[in-house]
Design a binder for this molecule. Structure first.
Ligand SMILES: [Zn+2]
Length: 230
């Protein structure tokens, strides 16, 4: 066989193994778990990329005021820096899932780095006394190595069906309007209490959420953590 053709076949095989196979498994998990959450008729507020000392604290204050439970997919190194917020999440009945340690993109880094990132994030949470059963990988993506890690540790993969792009908003009222329109039974809502690449979250997410809950027409009893279903 021609040398170049052999190299080509090997590269295709590696591409399928690292990107396509994990992606197909992810799509299966995503569909299966979203179906369970959608059919429950509950509403799941989820927050990624924190905890942040200001933004997460404000969100927790608002959730407490309206007695609403949510799910936080935390970044390990930020959890270590803000351990009191992790304690508070647990004490106030929220669920905690893993979102990596440094928020490494599984498709844009060395493949094993994504696995290391999950492992380090899990270790950071374990050091804080949290055994996370739920996983939302950074950018919602997995590669072959992270797939193996997820399978080995039996993480439950959690995606979303409503992305409000809160990190792009600059006006809290705009986010409030989106929440008014989109938050209905069966929704798994993606919000962010932190930002990637070292940026500080602005007040849009916490303020928009507060405005939404203040004027909420939705039945409060519909809000639940993912632990209620998965
Ligand atoms: Zn993220």
């Amino acid at each position: 066989m021609n040398y170049f053709f052999t190299v080509f076949l090997v590269l295709v095989f590696l591409f399928l193994l690292n990107f396509i196979l994990p992606h197909l498994v992810k799509l299966y998990w995503k569909k299966r778990n979203l179906k369970l959450m959608e059919s429950s008729g509950k509403i799941f507020l989820t927050f990624d990329d924190g905890p942040d000392e200001t933004c997460t604290a404000e969100i927790l204050n608002t959730l407490k005021e309206y007695n609403i439970k949510a799910t936080f997919f935390v970044v390990g190194e930020r959890a270590e820096r803000n351990s009191s917020l992790i304690e508070r999440m647990i004490k106030e009945g929220h669920a905690i899932g893993l979102h990596g340690n440094k928020h490494v993109h599984p498709w844009k880094s060395n493949p094993w780095k994504a696995m290391d990132d999950l492992r380090e994030g899990q270790k950071a949470l374990q050091n804080l006394g949290v055994r996370a059963n739920y996983l939302r990988p950074p950018y919602g993506k997995i590669n072959f190595f992270s797939l193996m890690y997820v399978l080995y540790n039996r993480f439950i993969f959690v995606h979303w069906n409503t992305d409000l792009h809160d990190y792009k908003e600059t006006v809290p009222e705009n986010l409030k309007n989106k929440l008014d329109k989109e938050v209905t039974a069966g929704k798994v809502v993606l919000l962010h209490d932190g930002r990637v690449q070292g940026a500080k979250p602005n007040k849009v997410t916490s303020e928009g959420l507060r405005l939404f809950l203040q004027n909420m027409k939705t039945d409060k009893s519909l809000f639940a953590t993912i632990a209620a279903v998965l």
